[in-house]
Design a protein around this ligand. Sequence first.
Ligand SMILES: NC(=O)C1=CN([C@@H]2O[C@H](COP(=O)(O)OP(=O)(O)OC[C@H]3O[C@@H](n4cnc5c(N)ncnc54)[C@H](O)[C@@H]3O)[C@@H](O)[C@H]2O)C=CC1
Ligand SMILES: O=C([O-])CC(=O)C(=O)O
Length: 358
Amino acid sequence: MQPSSGKNVNQRIARISAHLDPPDLHMENTASVSRLNCRAKGGAAGFRVAVLGAAGGIGQPLAMLMKMNPLVSVLHLYDVVNTPGVTSDISHMDTGAVVRGFLGQQQLEEALTGVDLVIIPAGVPRKPGMTRDDLFNINAGIVRTLSEAIAKCCPNAIVNVISNPVNSTVPIAAEVFKKAGTFDPKKLLGVTMLDVVRANTFVAEVLGLDPRDVNVPVVGGHAGVTILPLLSQVKPPCSFTPKEVDYLTDRIQNGGTEVVEAKAGAGSATLSMAYAAVKFADACLRGLRGDASVVECAFVASQVTELPFFASKVRLGRIGVEEIYPLGPLNEYERAGLEKAKKELESSIQKGVSFVRK
Ligand SMILES: NC(=O)C1=CN([C@@H]2O[C@H](COP(=O)(O)OP(=O)(O)OC[C@H]3O[C@@H](n4cnc5c(N)ncnc54)[C@H](O)[C@@H]3O)[C@@H](O)[C@H]2O)C=CC1
Ligand SMILES: O=C([O-])CC(=O)C(=O)O
């Protein structure tokens, strides 16, 4: 019995292998990967996406949700630690995207080659008592290194920057791309979607609505007073008392700190951020596919104000950011908030620029 059952198994493997493309070389580097971890024929058509920092608190659920996205055909998971395990785990999900893992700096370029969208949640998160700017010293260097590799390996990809402080890391990426001669302002986007997601949730609570029916534009940047919700432009149209405006503005601006404090040293928002990142990445991919009227808020190179970068509503299309919308009519409260936001943003942007130019 023994020899014949072994033979049957081998025949079965041979039959399955005949339906598979050549083995995925990247995966062969990982621990328990067999010949069967190859790309199945008939895998979904779609976009190629890389997640840099894929083994982290945001990276893992983000990778899982991207594996569930029908617009994704190939998902590259890169980190400096633990990608073999995360890749093996996620690759068992019976969704269309093929998952490949890349571990360590020596595999970074391979992870980036040929991708359409790069999502960057790599870097350290806050602990209670820290500001996002306190992360600059570590995360600036990480984003610079990753951006250099992007400029080299996938200069035409759309780049979604999540790593904090976003107000500085986006200018850092822009400077790296400028140095490399690859900067395309339409393709570099700082992810501020979590501010919109929070604003929709908190406003819906106050109004007694389903958050899915609420849309709050949040402009400026992604830290404290630079996060400027435009409560006068909420859809559906509504009004708030001055007390509600104060409460909502404060809660939206400090939503990140609320989570940092609740996690008490164990990091910052990861699950809601992964959700927001995937919502935003999906919008970028729908734009790339050619869908009409894909509009989201993002921190981009902009002429909406006198600052070189600013978050506002943008229309996403085949080439990335196809249109940046003006802020629209602001009330007095929002105009005062805008002045405060610009002051802080200016120095955060300059700090990022100087980091690369120094
Ligand atoms: N834009 C936004 O709205 C938000 C941004 N963030 C930021 O996202 C970043 C990541 O947060 P978490 O996932 O919670 O942190 P984490 O520490 O759980 O994960 C970060 C991951 O990055 C990896 N990493 C470190 N250096 C790397 C490098 N050179 N190349 C590739 N990967 C590298 C680490 O190994 C780790 O797996 C933080 O900077 C955090 O402040 C967090 C929440 C919201
Ligand atoms: O607050 C943090 O450090 C993480 C973050 O950006 C957010 O949750 O909005």
